[in-house]
Structures are given as structure tokens and as C-alpha cells.
Ligand binder design. Structure first.
Ligand SMILES: [Mg+2]
Length: 417
């Protein structure tokens, strides 16, 4: 059976911050979401303090500060760049790789000639040496089992193999059903009502019974637990059907100009993602709203769906539409709090039907979009952007305590004195 590895960066956002700021080592550190609202990552020390994932920061601020902890605004540009570096290192070891999330990749180690365990040790050490980031590696015959092996690796020395049936049985025996990857709270309750309390009991349950009680997805999970792979390595993500970009503003927006800048910025980012996955969009919708938690203020919510005659990945086409339709639905006299753009009905590029009589006007391609994407990936969204996105962007999120763009901005390089 081909060994599948799941490589996962430990406390990823916090670890990225620690690479560039060693003072953050060994103290409780949390990373906060957009507008410094909620905790989105915690160091082990912060976990020990009992700070839950997703907790509103203001509730835990005093405890954190009382324990010499630090809170930081999320620096997604830094994390994205560090994530890419980790993937680059992993590809040197194994080209068949699926980037599963910003801090997790699945690798098919079938072609690895040497001993799997020593290969994983080497991978772990190389990632640490080249990027500064600690990773854990779990290896098993299926994705579901390698996820479990990875959890176990975190408590051990960072590498865990679950290749033999005996080891798998041992690991599943003590694992409460809710601890399995893919079992949510509701499914946990369902399983328990059927007498399935541990992962091992689920593995041993008759397939037909599982299918009947829970559906085909869970039947596949049982097969995965038995060592039969049902989820293959996807080198590209095929099932992204929509792309959404939405944000809460740092302060309320009242003018059409600023709202247009915000929506155009979000649309431009969504289009970058669209091109990154080589798709075109057949339509999109924009929305914006006031703060619904402020009943003392006038409320207004607006959304507009826009269908395109010809699917496109061209930011300029989208931005023009955004501005036209925004003018239609904008109302003055409100304090807007949040806006968003969703691209939907995505099709692979090259497959869009071009209607002869409605060919889009050829736009001047002095600066190809691919070049714009490259520049903005390197210098951030303020490197090169469309005029419609605006210059000042005073409405942007606060992110007051964000670390510098150590790896992506010359002006913010780390100095060593
Ligand atoms: Mg992680």
C-alpha cells in the first residue's frame, strides 16, 4: 500500500511570527482575525492558559497580558509566503503533493526508495532548517488515517507512522469518535446513539449498516479506516465552485467613493484567485450592509447579482460592472459596516462559450494580467493595483499590531544589529 503523508505546520501563524521575532518563543502568543476581533491561532502556551480557538479577544486580553503574553494582528501575506516556501521544500522530496490548506499538505510517498521514517525525519529537519518552521508528519495508507497519525505525531517526536493494522487498531481503540477527522458534533451524537463510541467501533461496524444509517460519505470513511484509500491526492482543487472575498471595514463607510474602492479591491483580489486556479466566472454578486447590531442607526442591506454574457477572468471587465451596479443600489445617509463580492458559476478557462455576436471588446493589453498577479503576489495588494481600488483606503481593517512583511517587502526586512 502506498504510504500517504500529511505534513502539518505546528501552530502555523504563531510559528511564522516566531521565525522573525524570537522574543515570542516560550510565551503565550495569539494571532487575531481581521480587525483584531477573534483569536485565530494560539501557541501551546496560550492553549495551556485555556484560551479557546475563535474566542473574542477582549474577553481574554487581561489573562494574556497578565501572563506576559502577546497578541498580534494576522499578517496573511507573511503566512502565505511562508506556506509557499514550505511547499517548495516538500516538493524536493516528493513531487506528488496536494496543498490541502495554508499549513497542510498531503504527499504520496509511493516512489520513495529509502526507509519512510528516515525520509520523514529528513523532511522535517530540512523544513525547519530552510524555513524556520516546525512541522509534524503522519504517515498511513489513507488520508483519514494519516490525519490521525499526524495528531499523534504532535504529541510525540514529530513523526508517526501508522502503516500496520496492529498499530492502527491500537490508535483507534482509545480514540473517542469525535476525535476522528470528518466527524462533526452532530455526527458524533448520531454515532453515539447507535452505540458507536470509539473510532475502532466505527471501523468494525458493518458497511451496509453504516451506509444506511449515515450515508455513503461515512461508508467511505469506514473503508479509509480499514486502510482502503477512497480519497486520492488532488493536485489541483477541483471543487471550488465559488470565490468569495468579504470584509468588515475598520470604520464605517458613508460615501459612494469609498464603498466603490472597497468593493473594487475585494473584486480584484477575487479575480486574482480566479486566475490562480485557471477559471473564468460566469457571474457574480456584490453586497454591502450597515451594522445590524446597532438598532439605533438606520439600516440598509443591498445586493446585486450580475450575470456575464461571456465568462471572464479579466479584472477590468468585473470592476467596470461593479461600479455600474453599485451606483444603482447605493443609498446615501447610512453607515456601512461590511461588503463582499462572490464569483460564481466558475468554469475552467478555455471552456467558456464565446458567442460570436457578443465578443467582448479587445482591451489594450499593455500590461498583461498575469504580470499584475505576479507583482501583487510579490509586493502585496498595494504594490500594483487598479485605480478603482483607491489610494488611501482609510476604510481598511485596523490590524494595528501586525508584524512586518519580513519576506515580501524590502522596506520591512528584518534588521540584525
Ligand atoms: Mg497546523
Amino acid at each position: 500500500m502506498a504510504p500517504l503523508a500529511l505534513v502539518d505546520c505546528n501552530n502555523f501563524f504563531v510559528s511564522c511570527e516566531r521565525v522573525f521575532e524570537p522574543k515570542l518563543e516560550r510565551i503565550p502568543v495569539v494571532v487575531l482575525s481581521n480587525n483584531d476581533g477573534c483569536v485565530v491561532a494560539r501557541s501551546n502556551e496560550a492553549k495551556m492558559l485555556g484560551i479557546p480557538m475563535g474566542a473574542p479577544y477582549f474577553k481574554w486580553k487581561a489573562l494574556l497580558e497578565g501572563n506576559n503574553g502577546r497578541a498580534l494582528s494576522a499578517n496573511f501575506q507573511l503566512y502565505g509566503d511562508m506556506s509557499q516556501r514550505v511547499v517548495q521544500v516538500l516538493r524536493e522530496f516528493c513531487p506528488e503533493l496536494e496543498v490541502y490548506s495554508i499549513d497542510e499538505s498531503f504527499l504520496n510517498l509511493a516512489e520513495v526508495k529509502e526507509d519512510i521514517e528516515s525520509c520523514c525525519d529528513k523532511m522535517k529537519e530540512t523544513v525547519k532548517r530552510w524555513t524556520g518552521l516546525p512541522v509534524s508528519i503522519g504517515v498511513a495508507p489513507t488520508k483519514t488515517l494519516s490525519k490521525l497519525a499526524n495528531q499523534m505525531a504532535k504529541d510525540q517526536r514529530g513523526v508517526k507512522l501508522l502503516m500496520s493494522e496492529e498499530e492502527q487498531t491500537e490508535a483507534l481503540r482509545e480514540l473517542p469518535i469525535e476525535g476522528l477527522w470528518g466527524i462533526g458534533r452532530r455526527m458524533g451524537v448520531n454515532c453515539r446513539s447507535q452505540g458507536i463510541k470509539t473510532a475502532l467501533q466505527l471501523r468494525e461496524a458493518p458497511l451496509g449498516k453504516v451506509r444506511k444509517a449515515f450515508g455513503v460519505i461515512y461508508e467511505r470513511m469506514v473503508l479509509e479506516l480499514r486502510g482502503t484509500p477512497c480519497m486520492s491526492i488532488h493536485e489541483v482543487d477541483e471543487d471550488k465552485q465559488t470565490i468569495t472575498y468579504s470584509r468588515t471595514f475598520g470604520r464605517p463607510i458613508e460615501t459612494l467613493e469609498e464603498l466603490s474602492e472597497a468593493l473594487c479591491s475585494y473584486a480584484a483580489r477575487a479575480c486574482e484567485k480566479l486566475r490562480e486556479q485557471n477559471s473564468c466566472t460566469g457571474g457574480f454578486y456584490i453586497y454591502f450592509r450597515t451594522n445590524k447590531h446597532r438598532p439605533d442607526q438606520a439600516q440598509y442591506y443591498a445586493e446585486k447579482q450580475i450575470l456575464l454574457e461571456v465568462p471572464t477572468d479579466d479584472t477590468r471587465v468585473i470592476l467596470k460592472r461593479v461600479n455600474n451596479f453599485l451606483k444603482e443600489i447605493f443609498r446615501a445617509g447610512y453607515k456601512f459596516k461590511k461588503a463582499g463580492v462572490t464569483l460564481y458559476s466558475l468554469t475552467p478557462k478555455g471552456q467558456q462559450i464565446e458567442m460570436e455576436f457578443e465578443k467582448p471588446k479587445q482591451l489594450h493589453d499593455k500590461l498583461p494580467l498575469s504580470m499584475i498577479d505576479k507583482l501583487s503576489a510579490r509586493y502585496g495588494d498595494r504594490g500594483l493595483f487598479f485605480a478603482a481600488q483607491g489610494v488611501g483606503n482609510a476604510w481598511k481593517g485596523r490590524n494595528e499590531i501586525r508584524s512586518p512583511g519580513y519576506t515580501t517587502r524590502w522596506s520591512e526586512l528584518k534588521f540584525v544589529k
